[in-house]
Design a protein around this ligand. Structure first.
Ligand code: IPE
Ligand code: IPE
Ligand code: MG
Length: 247
């Protein structure tokens, strides 16, 4: 297996459910927070890997709208880690031409974290090589619901007719509307579910699941996922024969 997939077969947008930190820590008799800390190295690895392969967008699920159900001490450890990671990594991201964006209901986060998020977004806003979207307090159902609310408000203001609401219009109000739809969905940690991640944006994503726990995920794991993707036939409803004739 060569290290590089042919560029045309590299996914433009990869979305990742970074799962398995808790189990990684438990296997080492460590607290769950140690697993979250170890997971930060894997974030660095996947960003470097995406830069190497020429991926344009990477969306990372850092904290779901359901993760508020976790013990309070785990939630505060996670928020603290996000804060420190932002402070530590933003300069290196800027230097590597990485743009950082955040999706989710950020209004519920503490004001210090919101301030650091705004700072990181501003510092990296002009970067172009790779966009990394961090999903915090994000839920796919929330995303579609807020789009519906915005659309209804536009109709109410008389700016939009109900008959003009089509798929493009809905997509335009969902998060990440400035980026291509997800090509490759990756979930580590051996669970086979979407857990309310990007529902609209993943409509035609290729799904890739691995038992590797997130802290053990590295650039070789990413290359494996990209190779698996490169060998998929994306038919979008057509037949395999039709595709053979057009390629
Ligand atoms: C994913 O790892 C990180 C977050 C949800 C924040 P988990 O913490 O879910 O790890 P497991 O699934 O318990 O191993
Ligand atoms: C999904 O993982 C959320 C993140 C990775 C941030 P979870 O571990 O919270 O998902 P479930 O509970 O297994 O569905
Ligand atoms: Mg989990």
């Amino acid at each position: 297996m060569s290290d590089d997939a042919p560029r045309s077969r590299v996914p433009g947008h990869i979305a990742v459910v970074m799962d398995g930190n808790g189990r990684w820590a438990k296997a080492r008799l460590l607290p769950r927070s140690a697993g979250h800390r170890a997971g930060q190295r894997a974030v660095r690895e996947i960003i470097e890997g995406c830069l190497h392969h020429g991926v344009q967008s990477l969306t990372l699920f850092a904290f779901s709208s359901e993760n508020w159900r976790r013990p309070e001490e785990e939630i505060s450890a996670l928020m603290e880690l996000f804060l420190r990671a932002l402070d530590r990594e933003v300069e290196s991201l800027r230097q590597h031409d990485v743009r950082l964006t955040f999706i989710g209901e950020l209004g519920s986060l503490n004001s210090l974290l919101r301030e650091r998020i705004a700072r990181a977004v501003a510092i990296t806003a002009g970067n172009r090589k790779l966009t990394v979207n961090i999903a915090i307090n994000y839920g796919g159902q929330w995303d579609i619901t807020q789009a519906a609310r915005e659309l209804a408000a536009a109709v109410q203001r008389g700016e939009l007719a109900v008959a003009d609401i089509d798929q493009n219009r809905v997509a335009g109000y969902c998060q990440l509307s400035d980026q291509p739809p997800v090509d490759l969905f990756v979930r580590t940690g051996g669970e086979y579910r979407i857990s309310n991640f990007l529902l609209w944006q993943m409509a035609y994503a290729e799904l890739y699941f691995t038992d590797t726990l997130w802290p053990d995920f590295n650039q070789a794991s990413l290359t494996q996922a990209i190779h698996a993707y490169a060998n998929r036939e994306r038919r979008y409803g057509r037949t395999g024969e039709q595709l053979a004739h057009t390629s």
